[in-house]
Design a protein around this ligand. Structure first.
Ligand code: TXA
Ligand code: MG
Length: 352
């Protein structure tokens, strides 16, 4: 299969391109498209066979359920069995946007989408291309991130092609995605609302609406990670071995410098993931540095994270050392992705 690439304007997508993509979906095909978080790999959520093709294209195990994307809240009763008042409040505050809600599964949703489970994950993406595509298709779109299973999520069309060229029918290229990390997955079927995956909506923003929100333990310690949906130990991984250094920047940066120097001396090609402003202290080392922005609530860092990791891979580094970016705002999502990319390789640095 040849993958057709159609460029689209991210704010006012050409209706002809959207219609062409919608027709591919209507025939059971696969379309990659931009959302505000990352590129998704879409299929008709009501067509079990089309949904199976997503799993085949990604090499994704059938036990990992998919997110169903809607164009508006009026479609929610079609995909879930029940809309609790809390879901309505969250929808009002955060949709369209990077929040996914886990709710009781509606009868029309094939079990392939939910991995056989009684719940379904849903969200309304805040991206004109995604919304236009769902509307033109006329049905909800099931879509995981558009990468091979276990790889980094794609934030640019070229990342999608790197992983899936020839395995999907069509790619809508709407440029880089504005948020850069995946949606926050929030379960409303647990006794208290629980973040299953931190993402584009921060814990603080959710707490402002919910009062209290739990976070599953797997977010913080790689040791806790068990092979349940989406919680595989190595996920979002670059090819190079990655080690995450946690602690205050004052403690972490000298430790990173020492480790990078030692690895470089030992003949490794070392890549560093740093914050803007850190790099000058590493200028004496033969290493490859990618620096991401850390102003404000870490929006810039989130937007640049996956591109920076892919760039290190492309530069052919054999090992990546990454600093931590804290747990505030989008820092929690960044920490989660880096912890999983590290597959347990986390060094906790104490203050001197
Ligand atoms: O931002 C995003 O969420 C992107 C864009 C394309 O929407 N999608 C995305 O999908 O990241 P994916 O499949 O890569 O990650 C979805 C996560 C997985 O961790 C999956 O296990 C979890 O959501 N999930 C899906 N359905 C679930 C359910 N019914 N219960 C619990 N977790 C679920
Ligand atoms: Mg994914």
């Amino acid at each position: 299969m040849k993958t057709l690439v159609l460029p689209v304007d991210p704010t006012t997508p050409d209706p002809v391109a959207i219609r062409q993509a919608a027709e591919v979906l209507q025939h059971g095909g696969l379309v990659a498209f931009p959302t505000e978080t990352v590129y998704g790999l879409g299929a008709n959520a009501l067509d079990a066979e089309a949904v199976q093709r997503i799993f085949a294209a990604k090499g994704r195990p059938a036990y990992d359920p998919l997110i169903v994307h809607l164009a508006g809240p009026e479609a929610l009763p079609d995909v879930v069995a029940e809309v609790p008042p809390l879901a309505e409040a969250l929808a009002t505050h955060f949709w369209p946007g990077p929040l996914t809600l886990v709710l009781p599964r509606g009868l029309h949703i094939p079990l392939a989408v939910t991995a056989g489970g009684p719940t379904v994950a849903v969200r309304i993406p805040a991206h004109p291309v995604a919304l236009a595509l769902i509307r033109a298709a006329g049905f909800p779109i099931a879509a995981p991130s558009a990468n091979r299973f276990g790889h980094l999520s794609p934030t640019q069309a070229v990342h999608v092609l790197d992983d899936l060229d020839g395995r999907i029918d069509l790619l809508l290229d709407g440029g880089p995605t504005p948020v850069g990390v995946e949606s926050t997955v929030l379960s409303l079927v647990t006794p208290a609302p629980t973040i299953l995956r931190p993402g584009g909506v921060s814990r603080e923003a959710l707490a402002a609406v919910l009062g209290q929100v739990d976070v599953t333990g797997r977010v913080f310690t790689a040791e806790d990670i068990v092979p349940s949906p989406g919680a595989l130990k190595q996920h979002y991984a670059p090819r190079a071995r990655l080690t995450l250094y946690q602690g205050t920047p004052q403690a972490v940066l000298p430790a990173l410098h020492a480790a990078a120097a030692q690895l470089a001396t030992a003949g490794q090609r070392v890549g560093l993931l740093l914050a803007e402003g850190d790099a000058v202290a590493f200028a004496d080392l033969p290493v490859i540095v990618q620096s991401i922005e850390i102003a404000g609530g870490l929006e810039g860092a989130a937007r640049q994270l996956f591109t920076a990791l892919r760039a290190l891979d492309r530069a052919g580094v054999t090992t990546i050392l990454a600093r931590d970016f804290g747990a505030r705002g989008l820092g929690l999502a960044i920490r989660d992705r880096l912890t999983r990319a590290a597959a347990g390789n986390v060094v906790k640095v104490e203050n001197a």
